[in-house]
Design a protein around this ligand. Structure first.
Ligand SMILES: C[S@@+](CC[C@H](N)C(=O)[O-])C[C@H]1O[C@@H](n2cnc3c(N)ncnc32)[C@H](O)[C@@H]1O
Length: 448
């Protein structure tokens, strides 16, 4: 049984024919509304972030020498005594002594990287449960009991070894928890870059997956506070509508079905998944450069991205209306190739190539991502930055004026999309970059 605040205010859980329950909205929500704000139950930093940011609140200090290292194990870093004490009380006091010997043990060393992360997260959860007033006894209505009530994933593999914790957990508990890990483990990101993983049982219990989601999760780091996840409406959501999150990147058009089946045990029934299943294996992209160019032009025209004209708003073409001649653009290698060409060309100053591949990439994003998906806004910002680089290297005043207008238009679009998602993670980030570039464009205009 849950407390009166469960599910939170504007959300309700109702039965679903395939997924046990689904979360529906009790109200009409506007795009950008916050639907849920919840603190993490357990988190783990990626190895690459260890010693760069606080292990408790994930905040990034201005100077890493300001981080305080645990004097016991020397393997956890904190903003200050407050963060250190919070994590000590939550789980660290149970693993501080055993952590380093465990990390060098052959059984831990033999694990693949993703299982190493699971092993540490599982160790944190077990240590946390060992510190309950009655160790390992789940209290009804507590996040720990919600965690155990989650649907177990289809992966029946053995739980990885965990860092020794006393008192020893009861037999079967680690395995039972691990069965709920694969499909309830969130990648925590800052400006969309993954920096760690976290368990948020309330979010897991509430939201089903859609490859065309109407909401997305973002993360808030506040010095001294546990990491918070906020679920944001990407578009207007009507009262009674199901609220869904993406469990994976919707752009994984060729592999997402397999991943969902393998890791979560279901087939997505969203319109884009039904469409992809109906059209079957995708045709190859042409090997000849001219043919590729034609495909790119056809895609731009179909989606309605015409870089020679003012792009006032972002078109929203349903994937299901794609003509068969363009099915080949849905190959993951096509998006990967475009993305590589765009970043290489903008980096190396081959601006014509960058802008052409960037517009094609934008068309593809608009086709495969739902409305206001942050990746679309990030790409519009990258386009604006690329055009600005052309402006500052150009000596032709007329061309410069046209380009500045074009950059401004991309910035407007970037802001429109990213304002819906709002800021996440570390200070700075895309919204701040938009403000800076906007300032540069304004002052360039006054100089004209
Ligand atoms: C994180 S839980 C979501 C909450 C779940 N509906 C519940 O009642 O606890 C994930 C599990 O829900 C089910 N699920 C989520 N999205 C689904 C979907 N689109 N279609 C079918 N089942 C889904 C799968 O069993 C999946 O492993």
């Amino acid at each position: 049984m849950q407390t009166a605040t469960w599910p939170p205010g504007g959300l309700a859980l109702v039965p679903h024919n395939l997924a046990r329950d689904k979360c529906v909205s009790r109200n009409d929500y506007k795009a950008g509304s916050q639907l849920l704000s919840i603190t993490s139950y357990a988190t783990t930093l990626l190895d690459s972030e260890k010693g760069r940011r606080c292990d408790f609140c994930f905040s990034l200090p201005r100077d890493t020498t300001h981080l305080k290292r645990c004097s016991g194990c020397g393997s956890y870093w904190y903003c200050d005594e407050h963060c250190q004490s919070a994590q000590w009380q939550t789980h660290h006091k149970r693993v501080c002594r055993t952590y380093n010997p465990f990390l060098v043990s052959p059984e831990y060393q033999a694990l693949p990287d993703y299982k190493k992360l699971d092993s540490i997260m599982l160790s944190h959860v077990i240590a946390q449960l060992s510190l309950l007033p009655d160790p390992y006894a789940f209290q009804e209505s507590a996040p720990s009991s919600l965690l155990m009530s989650l649907i177990a994933g289809p992966d029946k593999s053995l739980a990885p070894p965990i860092c020794p914790v006393k008192p020893i957990p009861p037999p079967g508990l680690v395995q039972k928890l691990y069965a709920r890990f694969g499909n309830n483990n969130f990648a925590i990101h800052s400006h969309l870059n993954t920096i760690g993983h976290g368990i948020f049982p309330q979010t897991s219990r509430l939201f089903n997956h859609s490859c065309l989601p109407n909401s997305a999760a973002k993360y808030i780091f506040e010095p001294g506070a546990a990491i918070r996840m906020e679920v944001v409406a990407l578009r207007d959501i009507a009262k009674g509508e199901e609220v869904c999150l993406p469990y994976l990147d919707p752009a994984l058009l060729e592999t997402r079905e397999q991943i969902l089946e393998f890791s979560y045990g279901f087939q997505c029934q969203c319109p884009t998944s039904l469409f992809l299943r109906r059209i079957g294996p995708l045709t190859d992209t042409p090997a000849v450069e001219n043919e590729m160019l034609k495909i790119s032009e056809e895609l731009l025209e179909f989606v309605g991205v015409d870089s020679t004209k003012a792009l006032i708003s972002l078109p929203n073409k349903p994937l299901e209306s794609l003509p068969p001649s363009l099915y080949c653009v849905l190959r993951e290698s096509y998006m990967g190739g475009l993305s590589e060409t765009f970043s290489k060309a903008s980096h190396e100053g081959q601006y014509d190539i960058a802008l052409q591949s960037g517009d094609t990439l934008l068309s593809l994003y608009l086709l495969v991502y739902p409305l206001n998906y942050p990746q679309i806004g990030m790409h519009c910002l990258e386009m604006a930055k690329t055009i600005w680089n052309v402006v500052i290297t150009s000596t032709d005043q007329n061309k410069g004026r046209v380009l500045k207008d074009q950059a401004r238009r991309y910035l407007v679009l970037a802001r429109r999309v990213l304002d819906v998602f709002g800021p996440e993670g570390d200070e700075g980030g895309p919204l701040q970059e938009i403000a800076i570039l906007d300032g540069l464009l304004q002052s360039a205009k006054t100089r004209e």
